[in-house]
Design a protein around this ligand. Structure first.
Ligand code: ADP
Ligand code: MG
Length: 280
């Protein structure tokens, strides 16, 4: 870890001159997440088995697979959400731009600042206005300057394709928005603290087709700036929005490839059976 590390909260002791050789090759430059040998348990129940996967930058990677196969569990290991779940245990190695996310000196709240997350059910803070929902993270991070907050508010709502719909009622209750607008508000809230990565766990599964289309358009727009990892149980959605798709089954990564290839010419029989609708 270098001095520039954004993670370090205390100085790390210097590495031994001749440490053991690294177990696996480092991620090639340009990889956002390098996941190696990831295993996750909830108490005695193992949910992920030896998952190794590289997530490329400024692209959308979709995680697909039947319900219960570990998609959300995988996503949550990318920003250390499992630290908050009692009984969860994570093994393996995950680096973000080369830095070990699970190293002892890494502060998980800093990880979650760099790796933002949007959930299936939109969850705006119910007692707050639209504006406050967006800037709450900045305020918690000590930004006080009104002009800066105002500027970030507009900028982020524009990025989330919500500005035009709410600019005249920024101080209205967040819950006065439609379901689709609330989900875009949550995306704006995640973007406000300038993450490097956006994780989305079935962000449109509770929305009607029109609101879903808006979220998908937004994902394609945000891809230009961010690495996005999206869990979806909707294969059409995966093929519309993603560049790469990873198919999970029973806690294992079965296959990962360019989305088009995975859907039209899968290498694995299980993938083929799943994408052709033989099980699900
Ligand atoms: P998916 O998102 O693919 O539907 P999940 O990752 O949510 O699957 O769940 C995979 C398995 O892990 C399921 O058996 C689920 O019950 C279990 N699981 C997920 N989260 C927890 C948790 N916090 N505590 C205990 N078990 C969990
Ligand atoms: Mg899930």
């Amino acid at each position: 870890m270098t001095n520039e590390s954004q993670f370090s909260v205390k100085a790390e002791p210097p590495p031994p001159a001749l440490g053991p050789p690294p177990k696996r090759a480092p991620a090639p430059p340009g990889v956002t997440f390098d996941v190696q040998g990831l295993k996750v348990w909830f108490a005695a129940h193992q949910v992920l088995f030896d998952v190794s996967l590289q997530i490329p930058p400024k692209a959308v990677t979709a995680i697909i697979g039947p319900s219960g196969c570990g998609k959300s569990t995988f996503l949550r290991s990318l920003n250390r959400m499992h630290d908050l779940a009692p009984g969860a245990r994570v093994e393996g190695r995950i680096t973000l731009f080369g830095e070990d996310l699970y190293a002892r000196q890494v502060d998980p709240t800093l990880v979650r600042r760099r790796v933002g997350m949007v959930f299936q059910k939109s969850n705006p803070f119910p007692t707050m206005s639209i504006a406050d929902n967006v800037i709450v993270g900045l305020k918690l991070n000590g930004v006080r300057q009104k002009s800066l907050l105002r500027e970030r508010l507009e900028q982020t709502l524009r990025m989330a394709a919500l500005w035009d719909e709410v600019k005249d009622r920024l101080h209205a209750h967040a819950l006065s928005l439609s379901g689709g607008q609330q989900q875009r508000l949550c995306i704006a809230r995640a973007l406000a603290i300038e993450p490097e990565v956006l994780l989305m766990d079935e962000p449109a599964s509770a929305l009607d087709p029109l609101a879903t289309a808006k979220i998908e358009e937004l994902i394609l727009e945000l891809r230009k700036q961010f690495t996005i990892v999206i869990v979806t149980h909707n294969m059409q959605q995966a093929s519309r929005v993603s560049d790469f798709t990873a198919f999970f089954y029973l806690g294992r990564l079965v296959e990962v490839d360019q989305t088009k290839k995975l859907f039209t010419n899968p290498k694995d029989k299980q993938t083929e059976d799943y994408v052709t609708g033989r099980f699900g």
